[in-house]
Design a binder for this molecule. Structure first.
Ligand code: FAD
Ligand code: SIN
Length: 526
């Protein structure tokens, strides 16, 4: 199949859906998503969206909190424009039907999370992402200009490389002509030619053994853009969420939202000792990098597999009203959080780096935009401030649409693009090779490239990854494509990028903490 569309959107989370809903006012949109519409991270977001709504909060305070959390590596210009534009974008969500919790007087009920100096988190109980995702999907399904294809995996973006032109990282005008997309029904690769392509493929948590991310989070967009010689940055900054539910058999891990700490919950060790004050004067509500490292250090010192979150400071009524999903989940595994502490452990949660974009969401590849977790806009620096992710996707999908629409009339489809060539490939019957390599990769990344790193650990990971890379490339070239081999290849590219970027950073900063380098800044630490 060959298809021509004005806008190709890859991914159906908040970033892809917001872009699609806006772009549909200017042309035909084709959205491809590799599983069901709501299978991305967006649906699982709990805490909410940070946004300045009422005084005495101010843009300046939110900007300052974002800069501090990012360990001063965020791009101040990007931080300012994102925070200042966020309020309007969040109100658009309300117009699309998203129902944020309100106080009795009708004002928005604003929660708090780590690193925020004010209550500014809009939420829908503890299932904010589910509420947003469902309302956006409803709007997209109703829109006659948006065509939706579920279970379609984008394999590669199409550039001059596919026309036989040599492309390298210094080529100035690499151009995206659309994408090759796998259709599981026909088992064929389709050619979708697009004037504008939006990469909105979300996170990469599946590169680690334990993550809050759903199964689709295999870093596909970042890997595709990297292979197409596009710019990718900041991959060393992998955020580990301090409090996932310790339930070793469950994968992905269930999140215990930071909003619980915002509401008063306290981290304690097995003896009931609140340990966070030892590490940071902000205690359990310090930014995530600091809390995750503190828990990691306590677990290692005490030789235990988890610490506890004590929710007893939160009134019972608030538990039932604000955190019903967490209450029900914990009860389902025998923990009554109104009576007992929750066992929690840090796990991979978010990628702060990704496809480099400018202030309009434009990537280094012409006619290709990126938004959401796969993008690196400059907002998060070395560590994302809690609940700044959904907000970033809203702002940059909007900006990308404005920018793309300006260029649209002058972009032609590239008719010379050939269809996918699968000559010489054979059916791969050795699925065990793929599953085993994926497990090996996850073990390597979790053992050597976790919360605490060192030069030696990174070198070890690099050496092991090289072997996996060679074996997988070999398998990929010989195999008739299937989603499993494509995802494995992407994950190995992602592992490689994380390790290479981590090796290049000769300091400890934000989420990148190395035993071999002193922290860039001690100012946040008591
Ligand atoms: P996603 O929502 O992950 O969507 C990605 C989409 O791309 C999916 O539809 C996927 O199927 C598709 N896709 C991927 N690869 C391909 C491919 N090759 N071809 C076709 N389709 C593809 N952030 C906050 O700001 N506040 C919160 O409270 C919050 N809570 C969170 C709780 C959890 C448990 C998790 C996991 C994350 C949370 N985050 C939160 C982070 C935030 O949810 C995500 O960063 C954000 O939702 C990402 O949106 P997205 O649109 O970029 O990606
Ligand atoms: C949470 O609810 O703790 C997650 C918020 C986020 O990742 O921004």
């Amino acid at each position: 199949m060959r298809k021509e569309v004005d806008f190709l959107v890859i991914g159906s989370g908040i970033a892809g859906l917001c872009f699609a809903l806006k772009a549909a006012n200017f042309g035909k949109v084709c959205m491809v998503t590799k599983a069901k519409m709501d299978d991305g991270s967006t649906r699982y977001a709990q805490g909410g969206i940070a946004s300045v709504i009422y005084k005495p909060d101010s843009y300046e305070k939110h900007i300052q909190d974002t800069m501090v959390a990012g360990d001063e590596l965020s791009d101040r210009h990007i931080v300012e424009l994102t925070i200042r534009e966020a309020t309007e974008r969040v109100m658009e969500l309300v117009q699309w039907g998203v129902d944020f919790d309100k106080n009795q007087d009708g004002s928005f009920a604003l929660g708090k999370e780590g690193g925020h100096s004010m209550n500014r988190i809009l939420h829908h109980k503890d299932i904010t992402g589910y509420e947003i995702e469902q309302k956006l999907i409803m709007a997209a399904r109703k829109n006659p200009n948006i065509e939706i294809y579920e279970d379609r995996l984008a394999v590669e973006i199409i550039t001059q490389h596919h026309l036989g032109v040599e492309v390298n990282r210094r080529t100035p005008d690499i151009t995206c002509y659309g994408a090759y997309v796998y259709n599981p029904e026909s088992k064929n690769i389709h050619t979708i030619l697009a004037k504008v392509t939006m990469m909105a493929t979300g996170g990469l948590g599946m590169v680690y053994e334990h993550t809050t991310n759903p199964l689709v989070a295999t870093g596909d967009g970042v890997a595709m853009v990297y292979r197409a010689k596009g710019a990718v940055r900041g991959m060393e900054f992998i955020q580990f969420h301090p409090t996932s539910l310790y339930n070793p058999k469950e994968s992905p891990s269930f999140l215990i939202t930071e909003a619980m700490r915002g509401a008063g919950a306290i981290l304690r060790d097995a003896n009931g000792v609140a340990f966070m004050e030892k590490y940071d004067k902000r205690g359990s509500l310090a930014p995530r990098d600091i809390v995750a490292r503190a828990i990691d250090s306590e677990m290692k010192q005490q030789g235990v597999d988890h610490v506890f979150l004590d929710t007893s400071p939160i009134p019972r009524k608030e538990i039932f009203e604000h955190f019903p999903n967490i209450y029900a989940k914990c009860l389902s595994i025998g923990i009554d959080i109104t009576k007992e502490m929750i066992p929690v452990v840090p796990v991979e949660h978010y990628s702060c780096g990704g496809i480099e974009t400018d202030e309009w969401g434009a990537t280094s590849i012409r006619n290709l935009y990126a938004s959401g977790e796969c993008a690196s806009t400059g907002l998060h620096g070395a560590n994302r401030l809690a609940s700044n992710s959904l907000l970033e996707a809203l702002v940059f999908s909007h900006r990308a649409c404005i920018h793309a629409v300006e260029d649209l009339p002058s972009i032609q489809f590239c008719q010379e693009v050939p269809d996918w060539n699968s000559e010489g490939t054979v059916l791969n019957e050795e699925m065990v090779l793929i599953t085993q390599e994926r497990k090996e990769l996850q073990t390597i990344m979790s053992s050597y490239v976790g919360i605490v790193r060192s030069d030696l650990r990174l070198q070890r990971a690099f050496d092991r990854l090289e072997i996996l890379y060679r074996e997988t490339e070999d398998l990929y070239k010989k195999s008739i494509l299937n989603p499993e081999i494509c995802e494995l290849r992407n994950l190995i590219n992602i592992g490689y990028l994380i390790v290479r970027h981590a090796m290049a950073r000769k300091e400890s900063r934000g989420l990148h903490y190395s035993l071999d380098y002193p922290p860039h800044s001690m100012k946040n630490v008591k």
